[in-house]
Design a protein around this ligand. Structure first.
Ligand code: HEC
Length: 266
């Protein structure tokens, strides 16, 4: 590829892969903080950049933080407590701004929902929310997609064609057979986790699903213990988390296991 085109392509991919964002930027310009009000997830950072010729500051009303910024300077702060934080410029007190930090549950829900709603598309599936608590579904999406990696072993292939991050491509999960199984790992083939005709993920009731993640007992073969599947780790989760995972799995589209098995991480 032409070198210029190649570097252009690289810089475009760098912009695109920056989702989901765990850092927010507030620009100081024309004697204003922009955006003026932002809402972030617990643990995210905010960076203020002064692009005015005049010196400014970001100073929290209760003095939790203060930083003077001359032209071109920036200041970053991580927000580890939920709440609403007001700040102003100590040189120009009419310049004010607000940072809302979601609590831990709201942050999980927000990330779990963003993964489905992301632009560019990250996981382009439609969730069936009928009769479900949407917040439980999104909390489950956070656990399944951002924490436990179920799709790494249960989606064949894990990533859409041309969107495999291991090849340096812009990441997008394979939606057509998302969590429908068929990945071959150490002599095992991962089963289909999508809802069956009764709406049960992997054909399991909620209590059988939780029992399986806690004990590793194979639901199909009494006495057999599931191999490869990281149930000894997943079984350490709270009931609330296992319930959220189950609820999320009841909301994803049903799909058939692909006829040809994949290898892991494809
Ligand atoms: C490291 C790969 C891996 C990961 C990660 C993984 N699984 Fe599995 N899973 C497997 C394999 C392989 C099997 C089949 C094991 C066997 O039969 O011995 C399996 C089996 C299962 C089963 C049994 C279904 C049945 O009817 O037999 C369920 C349910 C399941 N996994 C759910 C999940 C969920 C939910 C997650 C994410 C929270 C997850 N798995 C993450 C590899 C994985």
């Amino acid at each position: 590829m032409n070198r210029l085109l190649h570097s252009l392509f690289l810089s475009i991919s760098l912009i695109l892969i920056s989702f989901p964002v765990a850092a927010a930027t507030v620009t100081i310009q024309n004697f204003a903080f922009t955006p003026n009000v932002i809402t972030i997830n617990l643990g995210d950072s905010v960076t203020w950049i002064n692009q005015d010729a005049a010196p400014h500051s970001t100073t929290q009303t209760g003095n939790l933080w203060t930083a003077d910024l001359s032209t071109g300077q920036s200041f970053s702060r991580e927000f580890s407590k939920p709440g609403t934080f007001s700040y102003y410029c100590r040189f120009h007190p009419s310049m004010t701004g607000t940072i809302n930090v979601r609590n831990a549950d709201q942050s999980r829900i927000n990330i779990g929902q963003s993964i489905i709603a992301a632009t560019p598309k990250l996981l382009p599936i439609s969730l069936n929310l009928a009769g479900k608590n949407a917040n439980d579904v999104y909390a489950g999406s956070y656990l399944v997609n951002a924490q436990t990696g179920c799709a790494n072993c249960h989606s064949c292939p894990t990533y859409a064609l041309g969107h495999n991050p291991y090849n340096g491509e812009v990441k997008q999960f394979n939606a057509a057979t998302y969590l429908a199984g068929g990945v071959q790992i150490e002599g095992q083939v991962s089963p289909n986790l999508t809802p069956d005709s009764r709406g049960r993920p992997a054909g399991l009731t909620r209590s059988a699903f939780k029992e399986l993640l806690r004990t590793g007992h194979d639901p199909d073969v009494p006495g057999r213990i599931l191999q490869v599947m990281p149930w000894p780790i997943f079984g350490l989760m709270s009931d609330k988390d296992l319930n959220a995972i189950y609820t999320y799995l009841t909301s994803i589209p049903s799909a058939k296991t692909p006829a040809n098995a994949c290898s892991i991480g494809q």
